[in-house]
Design a protein around this ligand. Structure first.
Ligand SMILES: [Zn+2]
Length: 457
């Protein structure tokens, strides 16, 4: 809460320093720290794209459950729109769940200082939380509270801010940012001033009020810099500008900034969706879309045994095709085997369509044993020894596996302990494992738990 108060103070300072346009599309505060240098940080990336983030959406409603800030249909449109902006840059999203938070004040008269209380209702440590309010708040249509961030708010009237606030979450500054100094339109200080991204032209606060024919800038504001006087040609279609009525793109430099931020931010890495899905006796409700450059494989890693696909499932493994798993489809192994759904380098993620993921994807209260499921791995990053602790709440057969970022199984441990008492506490020596990002996965009879772990250099 102390940090939040500090951020709020920072936000108030920024608000006082410059008049907010109406409606202001964003209340994200002035960055406290410079972003990562594209050129230097790119060389240190722990894992290459694609990056697929899990998204959990909280729809605000009034106390009595009425006046939902956004319908599921509009939400789906907004998530799809956001995904379309990021997909060309190999950043994608998996919509993992939606719940309702019933609080009239937060829905219709939300104050950003309430983020702590609101975020405490049902936070996710493995998904980026997005809150949707009925009304603009404090003159803003959105706020990510910090840069980077693992949660953000958007107001339904300005719902196109999904893509903008997510940009802040992933490390992007406004194109007109001056916290590091004003960017000179001649590009001479583009790496150190403005948004510190060189392929976004210099912008200035309020530039969008000088719109001519729609998205054409007609302003005449000038700035004295680098020994001259320069006019502006702001990036009117950039999603991190305030030209919200013209949003259509991120630049390659912004994508590099987001990659670097992801690789330097453990909290964001924890919210990446595992690209390999191990499904055991699961009923799928959804569609798996395969991008043009990708492939998909449905196989069996549990040893010998057939895979049963029923109720309209089609397994098509060619790039550029779709694999559709119709509602009600059951993909199940025979015997005790599990099914590996390999989605290597796939940036589509699992795009769930109607019906949307309902309520919470946490285990239902009717299965209290499952509520206590935990999987911890530490230290993270680790050097050579990794301690893994798990509590499954009940005795169950289990297997612990480690995958690399290409989906390759690099280590597998039998886990007799959970089968006895539901708990696991083991330390593993991994001195020979190459440095990098890995996915630790605990598969048990009731599902699976996963944690992203990093082997340090
Ligand atoms: Zn913003």
């Amino acid at each position: 809460m102390k940090a939040l108060s500090w951020l709020f103070a920072l936000w108030m300072g920024a608000a006082a320093a410059q008049a907010q346009p109406t409606p202001a599309p964003c209340g994200t505060p002035t960055p406290a720290q410079p972003p990562f240098s594209e050129e230097t940080a790119l060389n240190k990336m722990a894992a290459p794209p694609p990056y697929v983030f899990s998204i959990f959406v909280h729809i605000l409603r009034n106390d009595d459950g009425s006046n939902a800030a956004m319908s599921d249909a509009v939400l789906a449109d907004n998530l799809q729109r956001m995904a379309d902006f990021y997909r060309p840059h190999n950043i994608c999203f998996t919509f993992v769940g939606r719940d309702f938070i019933d609080n009239t004040g937060w829905n219709t008269n939300y104050m950003t200082s309430q983020i702590g209380a609101m975020h405490a209702v049902n936070p996710h440590n493995d998904a980026i939380d997005i809150y949707v309010h009925r009304d603009n708040f404090q003159g803003s249509g959105g706020n990510s509270y910090s840069i980077p961030s693992v949660f953000c708010s958007v107001a339904a009237p300005s719902s196109f801010n999904f893509e903008h606030e997510m940009g802040h979450c992933l490390g992007l500054w406004h194109t007109f940012e001056t916290a590091a100094g004003a960017e000179c339109p001649d590009g001479s200080n583009c790496a150190s001033a403005g948004d510190q991204v060189c392929d976004t032209p210099a912008d200035y606060s309020g530039s969008q009020s000088n719109s001519g024919a729609g998205c054409t800038h007609t302003g005449t504001q000038t700035i004295n810099c680098n020994g001259g006087t320069f006019g502006y040609d702001p990036p009117t279609r950039n999603i991190m500008s305030y030209w919200w009525f013209c949003y259509s793109e991120f630049t390659a430099g912004q994508a590099a900034r987001m990659y670097n931020t992801i690789n330097a931010t453990a909290a964001l890495q924890n919210r990446l969706t595992p690209q390999d899905r191990v499904i055991s006796n699961a009923t799928l409700l959804g569609e798996i879309a395969v991008g043009a450059q990708n492939s998909i494989r449905i196989g069996n890693i549990g040893g010998a045994g057939d895979v049963l696909m029923t109720a309209g499932a089609q397994g098509i493994c060619n790039a550029g095709r779709f694999v559709r798993v119709e509602p009600g489809t059951r993909i199940a192994p025979t015997g005790a085997n599990s099914v590996l759904l390999t989605i290597n380098d796939l940036c589509e993620g699992l795009l769930f369509k109607a019906p949307p993921p309902t309520a919470d994807r946490h285990p239902q209260p009717t299965t209290p044993a499952a509520l206590s499921e935990t999987l911890e791995a530490f230290p993270n990053p680790f050097n050579s020894r990794l301690r893994v602790r798990a509590d499954l709440g009940q005795a169950t057969p289990a297997a612990l596996r480690l995958f690399d970022m290409s989906g390759r199984l690099v280590r597998e441990w039998p886990c007799p302990t959970p089968a006895v008492q539901g708990r696991l506490d083991e330390t593993f020596d991994l001195p020979d494992l190459p440095a990098g990002v890995y996915l630790l996965q605990l598969q048990h009879s009731g599902g699976r738990l996963a944690r992203r772990v990093v082997k340090a250099e």
